[in-house]
Write a protein that binds this ligand. Sequence first.
Ligand SMILES: [Zn+2]
Length: 280
Amino acid sequence: MAANRTVRRVWALDAPQLAVDCGLLMLGTGGVRETIPSPAFLVEHAEGLLLFDTSLASSAAGDPAAAYGELAAAFQIDFPETYRLDRQLAAIGYRTSDVRRIVLSHLHFDHSGGLDLFPHAQGFIGAGELRYARTPSNLDAAFFREADIEAAGRIAWNEVPAGYDHDLFGDGSVVLLSLHGHTPGTLGLKLRMPDESTLVLTGDAAHKRASVEATTGMPFDVDRLNKNSALQKIRLLGTQPGTTVWISHDPQDWADFRAAGAEITSAAELQPRVTDPTPA
Ligand SMILES: [Zn+2]
């Protein structure tokens, strides 16, 4: 079969929001509260639909405390019913069963909440991530939710080893990036868009654009050395011609890149704002 070479379409789906202290996103920047998106990206490819991350649990839509208890208030979770992944897929003309593959950046609750909607999907996850989520260190144990780990247990996962980037279809159109450090199996995604531009989605390998520019992680990175390598890798990817890096939680990236709507047709047309690399 001829190689497809590019994805067909990408949507940055409507994202629930959380309010956090900036210091949670990047070391040395605390004291200001910021509202950040909890995204899921839908990718249409000739080989079928792929979802990168699954945002928050659909049971939290309209009633965040139902799924997250006291975390809902602590993070001021804002999750309208219309943002449920099944409803957004339906609005585009798809069913949840049409999603054939899930790539999970990592298992923290703000990325894995929708996994229960896709038990049929072929999963891709960083090596060791599920094992770690079941027995996390005290450092980030609060970010793993039992229901998400149970839902993950119903998916057949393929593990991507640390240090290995996996070309999903063998044509360069969708590449899973090993970006471990934030968690043991953190992944990013590199997409070749229809106009041959390249879109890099970081997951939580970086939380702010400034984190990449200053090689500075966040307080709950389990492995600071590899986290810094991941930040340097993201920075290098961003220097490649025609490449745009989208920091998943960065509210400014979200505002800039979604200004023209949820459907992203070209990475070249996305222009990130330049930030001051010096932490405040
Ligand atoms: Zn996150």
